[in-house]
Design a protein around this ligand. Sequence first.
Ligand code: ATP
Ligand code: MG
Length: 419
Amino acid sequence: LKELNIKGWIRDVRSLGGIIFLEVIEGNSLTPITVVIKKSENPLLIKTAKKIKLGSAIQVKGIEPERIISKKGKEIHAKELSILAEPSEPSPLDPTGKTKALLDTVLQYRYLALRFPEQRAIFRIRAGIVEASRRYLSGKGLLEVHTPKICGAGAEGGATVFKLDYFGKKAFLSQSPQLYKQMLMCGLPGVYEITPYFRAEKFDTPRHLNESWGIDAEISFITDFGDVMSLLEGLIVYIFEYIKDNYKKEIELLDVDLEIPRRPFKRITYSDALEILRNNGLRLEWGSDLDSEAEKVLGKTMMEEGYDAYFIIEYPWEAKPFYIMKKGAISLSFDLDYRGIELASGGQREHRYWELIENMKNKGLDPKSFSFYLEAFKYGMPPHGGFGLGLDRLLMVLIGARNIREVVLFPRDRQRLIP
Ligand code: ATP
Ligand code: MG
């Protein structure tokens, strides 16, 4: 007989004849363990067990029986039971999980919600995505780096940054590591960073947050932006396979039908995309950004062709930031979309000093305020490119969540600054 010593929280209490069953969320487990206390064996313990409150933190010592009498998987027959902490108020979430809580309540009490197996599964998969990304990108020879989040200049222009006071100087929270990871291409063949993005737009959608996380990569000595797309495609497929192989139980709990996206991902040009949209009754001017409605229609068409993941390449340069390489009216850029939702943007960067300055002026930016960045382009900056992949977005589509807030522990949006 195996001795067990478990610690966890009481999720449910049932009594039947002379037996009490305590359902306990234990350790990191995704399945509760049933603690069995028999009156005939342990009259004192039964007294304690009868008074126990749902949600209490407890420790149980006992033995694993040869034959299980409860209906649910794992069981322990208690010899000792200690109550380590009792709730002073009833839980705002139904401890049994039978009554589903509203998302707002979950977000307010996320720490409590993490006792539910489904919640644990979401954040374990999240950690799994980060782990897979590290393995894949390090394996490709990219160095994991950390660049400043307090910055003196914004990457995408001034209107969308959070400003802060830095010892009397104006500073910003970083919108993306764009400028720094590019500067690093002057000294390294490849870098990646798993990092928060801070964006001050007044978003009001199920897929935007004001603080989100991204997996950013940049590689140098590229031939063209196809090299960057291959890296991203490889990463996405690796992540899906990694989660499918290593998180079977989590996937099952969340009732996800995880399909590895078909390779090679379909590549359509921006002009092709406009054509597809037109055939579906959506008329967009050449040059305009694809809004969420357009993305959705495109996603549907691609899925009908058997592609969950696809690249939209060669956007009009007008619609892209200054650092993207320009080729006439188009840009050497791509977006990666999955079933109608943008997961990543990337492309080849302008590595030539004078062309870069020209691009900045073209976008109405003052090269003087970017001199720290431009400096790095004077000393043999090789052709390079990269991407920013939204971690929250990826997790969202991977588990089929409808709202990005479901996959972020403590989301930051216009309404939420606490907890
Ligand atoms: P979108 O067009 O969807 O608003 P974007 O083009 O402004 O996104 P990028 O600058 O391309 O965003 O950032 C790279 C990736 O980071 C995006 O493809 C997306 O997956 C993710 N991302 C960007 N902004 C947000 C946000 N506010 N909330 C959540 N994820 C974001
Ligand atoms: Mg983008």
